[in-house]
Ligand binder design. Structure first.
Ligand code: ZN
Length: 419
């Protein structure tokens, strides 16, 4: 938020909350002396669950207050500004009232360049045995608006306009979902049916804290709390179960139609060939890009396949035709790399999270590039459609990460060649 340089003093609206034992404040609005709004925070920041909203005051000063003693700080600005002699305090509980005072001053942000800097003073009044005890504390200001995010990740604003449907929230899908939220994707719709078995904490982003939670419910809750600029929608559904088991309104078709409405991309982390076929077909029908990621037994390697109507000459079927014949497209796999752990209905693969996550990260890179490459400030275009990761050689000895990349051209035997 920036305010006119000739505005001298006024009011503040500040949301107050407690977070892990700390007082945390969100500056919601800056008003002038007549209570006209000068600047307002992003709407998403006003949706936090605040204990209360404080009305505070702010004043402009020609230089910073040169002290880190909160009481001296308060005495200094109070003696300079009759406007601060009366400050309204807001009751935060039976015994405590609080207010916030802001001081804005010229601050050097890079060599000899100045802009408004802020410092805040929390004023706290507590009733102890009929006496009022006053306590002042300086509050460190930090900047976490959309603009501040975009300073660090230049394509943040472009991704804010994008909606991605992610299928699968396992050890590849979950880290991908979190990366999408970090870099600013506007809306993530995530589908998975499974709950988090804490025995898989060795390669899922969360541990015991999430035990027994539905994976997408937990991920969406975490994103809403931590990444306010990303809308997170969880869809708990198992694709491919018989229609007898599904409620009529929850048929696969109805669920798919709903989750895919107006999305910009399908991101497939199901690592299930039948679903990959279906989802890549749906993406083609909707003329949106498809990105599919998978790892191999032992997490010795993996695949990222991107089929984009703009950038890829062939289709997913072409890719499968090439894949069937071309050994170079096969990532290495540990043939003995399956186990059936105690209490687990399915066989699973042996492999570490740090190996599997390489594939998730490359998948997110392919997705972000595909979504933003044509815009100014976007992530550059990747000149390949398929990338194959090798973490081991054929005998299982570790090798430096090696990515083999391929363009997917139309295959003469693919049905798309005869369309
Ligand atoms: Zn094809």
């Amino acid at each position: 938020m920036t305010i006119p340089s000739d505005a001298e003093c006024g009011y503040l609206h500040v949301g107050y909350m407690r977070n892990n034992g700390k007082n945390v404040f969100t500056l919601l609005r800056i008003l002038d002396g007549d209570k006209n709004t000068l600047a307002e925070n992003d709407e998403e920041c006003s949706q936090n669950k605040f204990i209360c909203t404080l009305e505070g005051k702010w004043v402009r000063r020609g230089s910073p207050v040169n002290t880190d003693d909160p009481s001296l700080f308060w005495r200094t600005i109070k003696s300079e500004n009759p406007f601060l002699h009366k400050t309204r305090k807001t009751k935060v509980n039976d015994k405590t009232s609080m207010t916030m005072v802001g001081v804005v001053f010229p601050e050097e942000y890079s060599l000899r360049k100045k802009q408004d800097g802020w410092v805040f003073l929390m004023r706290h009044l507590q009733k102890v045995n009929k006496n009022h005890q006053e306590h002042n504390a300086l509050v460190r200001p930090v900047y976490a608006g959309r603009v501040d995010m975009a300073h660090r990740v230049p394509f943040f604003d472009l991704l804010q306009q994008k909606k991605i449907a992610v299928f699968g929230a396992g050890c590849l899908g979950a880290p991908s979902i979190l990366e999408f939220a970090r870099c600013g994707v506007g809306e993530i719709r995530m589908l998975d049916h499974d709950f988090f078995d804490p025995g898989t904490a060795v390669r899922w982003p969360f541990g015991m804290d999430a035990a027994g939670q539905l994976k997408v419910v937990h991920l969406a809750k975490f994103i809403r709390k931590n990444y306010p600029y990303t809308k997170a929608r969880d869809v708990v559904h198992r694709l491919g179960i018989t229609s007898l088991a599904a409620k009529k309104e929850n048929t696969d078709l109805a669920v798919l139609r709903d989750i895919l409405k107006d999305v910009d991309m399908i991101y497939d982390a199901t690592t299930e060939l039948g679903l990959q076929h279906l989802l890549s077909d749906l993406a083609a029908a909707q003329k949106i890009p498809y990105v599919g990621i998978s790892t191999t037994q032992g997490a010795w390697g993996g695949i990222v396949i991107r089929i984009s109507p703009q950038s890829t000459a062939g289709c997913w079927g072409c890719y499968r035709h090439f894949f069937a014949k071309n050994k170079k497209m096969r990532p290495p796999a540990d043939e003995s790399g399956f186990v059936q752990p105690k209490g687990c209905g399915d066989v699973t693969y042996v492999g570490a999270g740090f190996d599997a996550q390489q594939i998730a990260l490359e998948g997110v890179r392919a997705a972000v590039s595909t979504l933003t490459q044509d815009n100014e400030g976007g992530y550059p275009a990747l000149p390949w459609d398929l990338s194959v990761l090798h973490l081991r050689d054929g005998d299982g000895s570790p090798i430096p990460h090696t990515w083999a990349t391929f363009k997917i051209d139309p295959h003469p035997d693919c049905r798309c060649a005869n369309d």
